[in-house]
Write a protein that binds this ligand. Structure first.
Ligand SMILES: C[S@@+](CC[C@H](N)C(=O)[O-])C[C@H]1O[C@@H](n2cnc3c(N)ncnc32)[C@H](O)[C@@H]1O
Length: 309
């Protein structure tokens, strides 16, 4: 175990997970790939559609929605397999996670609204049980829905453009992201499990929001000075919140899909141990640098005796 602990390890988590000791991890906390084609690392199926990951004119030069997460010219029968292939991919590693988790431990799985159900079924098939689906409510959302009258006008369809005036193509503003909360089944009662495995309860006293008990809607955003490295990056404060809710100091948190290392930073801030993997060498390097930089800052804060919050 020692060689994996408190490090971000470069490589495919599926190669490393079988080497972790059984029932050693207290919390699984991971923003897993979503299977929606957000970027190359997010294509987890046989991509048969050449338009997938391309750009539409509306996306050129924009900071959000740089790539298309869906095919441009309709959905072929192969494209319609995307969900099933994503689920099979999730199962390929969720069943490796199962043995390393302590009985009664929590799994927080960040996913996409379109595909989280597939990840949940994969986790259930691996042996875990769904407890809840939390909502991470963001302060704002990138939103672009095309006005269909403009598309029709460009095609010279004046009458149709008039008929469809006021209608748009796309989604409502996506202001939330789902976080599936699962747990590993335990023997006897949950109280017995808390005594034996030291997981399974919630630390509400340390998780109050403005003095009130938390709900399953979390509104925790980025700090103004938080470095932004990864396009799918999550706020450190959000990860800290979930870690504080379900673990005690020095317990072990597993994140097999580290990205920019947010989970590792949160663990360092809260004196938790972590095990992390990242397959992309560029993100891996950036995560290492971030971890070192933020650990140094934390040490300086602690030495100065100020409250780091
Ligand atoms: C959604 S992002 C995580 C972003 C992270 N929450 C953050 O705050 O930066 C998922 C990450 O998983 C990585 N990844 C994809 N497949 C992987 C695998 N098999 N093993 C390890 N990492 C993988 C991707 O490169 C990507 O950086």
């Amino acid at each position: 175990m020692v060689s994996w602990l408190n490090k971000i390890n470069l490589g495919d988590c599926r190669e490393f997970l079988p080497d972790l000791p059984e029932e050693s991890v207290h919390l699984f906390l991971s923003d897993i790939p979503y299977g929606i084609g957000l970027d190359d690392w997010d294509v987890l199926h046989n991509n048969t559609n050449s338009a997938y990951l391309g750009q539409s004119p509306a996306q050129k030069g924009k900071s959000g929605f740089k790539r298309r997460g869906k095919p441009i010219r309709g959905w072929s029968s192969a494209d319609r397999e995307i969900g099933k292939e994503y689920q099979a991919w999730c199962l390929s590693w969720a069943k490796l996670v199962y043995p390393v988790m302590k009985k009664g431990s929590s799994m927080f799985v960040f996913g996409a609204r379109r595909t989280i159900h597939r990840a949940i079924v994969a986790f259930e098939d691996a042996g875990f049980i769904l407890r809840d689906i939390l909502i991470w409510k963001k302060p704002s959302a990138h939103h672009r829905s095309q006005r269909i009258e403009i598309v029709l006008s460009r095609r010279g369809e004046k009458e149709l453009a008039e008929k469809w005036r006021g209608w748009r193509l796309g989604n409502l503003a996506p202001i939330y992201e789902p976080i599936a909360w699962l747990f590993k089944p335990y023997d006897l009662t949950i109280t017995d499990n808390v005594i034996e495995n030291e997981v399974g309860a919630m630390n509400i006293a340390d998780s109050k929001i403005n003095g009130s008990s938390p709900t399953n809607i979390l509104e925790i955003g980025f700090q103004p000075d938080e470095a932004r490295i990864h396009e799918a990056q999550k706020p450190v404060g959000l990860m800290e919140y979930l870690i504080r809710l379900t673990t005690r100091e020095n317990q072990i948190v597993l994140d097999p899909f580290m990205g920019s290392g947010t989970t590792a930073v949160a663990c360092k801030n809260l004196n938790r141990q972590f095990i992390g993997f990242e397959i992309n060498p560029e993100y891996y390097e950036m995560a290492l640098q971030r971890l070192e930089r933020e650990t140094r800052q934390l040490r300086l804060f602690r030495e100065s005796g100020e409250d780091y919050s």
